[in-house]
Design a protein around this ligand. Structure first.
Ligand SMILES: NC(=O)c1ccc[n+]([C@@H]2O[C@H](COP(=O)([O-])OP(=O)(O)OC[C@H]3O[C@@H](n4cnc5c(N)ncnc54)[C@H](OP(=O)(O)O)[C@@H]3O)[C@@H](O)[C@H]2O)c1
Length: 255
């Protein structure tokens, strides 16, 4: 119980990696809030997490919604000890595309969801955070390894790795640590948003083929890493990136 009674907020905690992280924090004793835009998945996730967690509906690209999330959380539980800035990824109705197809609108939507919302998720939280809090930004190994169609998303995630450094410096006097957790290929519903059902198994196999440990990651894998970054076990880890990817970024399986 390394996070006993610590107050946590996980954005996008109603699905995938965010839910896996919320579960892991809860299992270490944390209480707090998960957020998302979909009320039905929020309700389901809160039911699964059980007592100690509430769901707060909100869009992370809307600064008033962000403010509301923190105000409600702090009003119910007290100031926040762990903030996981996880919401992001695919923009609804906007595929990731190569440069010949990207429009200015598509570019802005991806940057808003994946970079701007991350920065303001932290900024808006500041009055509601305890000194000594741990902030975990969710990056991606896409920042290190180009993949078709992912250029803008990857650039946003690369910028997040930089944010963790700059924000750690900005917040040094409050002993607030900001680190990036970069998942590799993690088995969530996100792949169903990229390809139709009939191509899903093939897409996942393609990832498994390049992951040295021979499997995709799970939301629970991300939860373990996030619980470590949230706890005092990582108190000397500041402004850095933890890659959890089964070896995919640093090890090539090419013969
Ligand atoms: N899966 C992977 O392989 C992988 C790899 C590297 C990094 N990541 C990153 O991990 C994070 C979670 O991804 P995932 O795979 O778990 O995907 P997911 O299952 O699609 O989850 C995305 C989450 O973000 C929330 N969200 C999306 N847009 C939002 C918005 N505008 N406002 C508020 N919440 C929003 C969604 O909830 P609502 O729809 O209810 O709003 C959902 O909870 C993302 O930042 C993604 O870039 C994923």
């Amino acid at each position: 119980m390394k996070l006993k009674n610590k107050v946590a907020v996980v954005t996008g905690g109603n699905s995938g990696i965010g839910f896996g992280i919320a579960e892991a924090l809860k299992n270490e004793g944390a209480i707090g809030a998960i957020t998302g835009r979909n009320q039905a998945t929020l309700d389901n996730a809160v039911n699964e997490l059980g007592e100690g967690f509430i769901g707060i509906k909100g869009d992370v690209t809307n600064l008033d919604d962000l403010e509301n999330v923190y105000k409600v959380t702090a009003g119910k539980f007290g100031k926040i000890d762990t903030l996981v800035v996880n919401a992001g990824g695919i923009v609804d109705g906007q595929p990731m595309m190569g440069i010949s197809d990207v429009t200015e609108e598509n570019y802005d939507l991806y940057m808003n969801l994946n970079l701007k919302s991350t920065y303001f998720s932290v900024k808006k939280a500041l009055p509601y955070l305890n000194d000594g809090a741990s902030i975990i930004l969710i990056g991606s190994t896409a920042a290190h390894r180009a993949a078709p169609g992912m250029t803008i998303y990857a650039a946003a995630k690369a910028a997040i790795i930089s944010l963790a450094k700059g924000l750690s410096l900005d917040l040094l006097s409050r002993r607030i640590r900001v680190n990036t957790l970069s998942p590799g290929s993690i088995d969530t519903t996100v792949f169903g948003k990229i390809v139709p059902e009939e191509h899903l198994a093939g897409l996942k196999q393609m990832w498994v083929n390049i992951i040295p440990v021979g499997r995709m990651g799970s939301p629970a894998d991300m939860g373990k890493a996030a619980a470590f970054l949230a706890s005092d076990d990582s108190e000397f880890i500041v402004g850095t990136e933890l890659i959890s990817d089964g070896g995919m970024t640093n090890i090539s399986l090419m013969k």
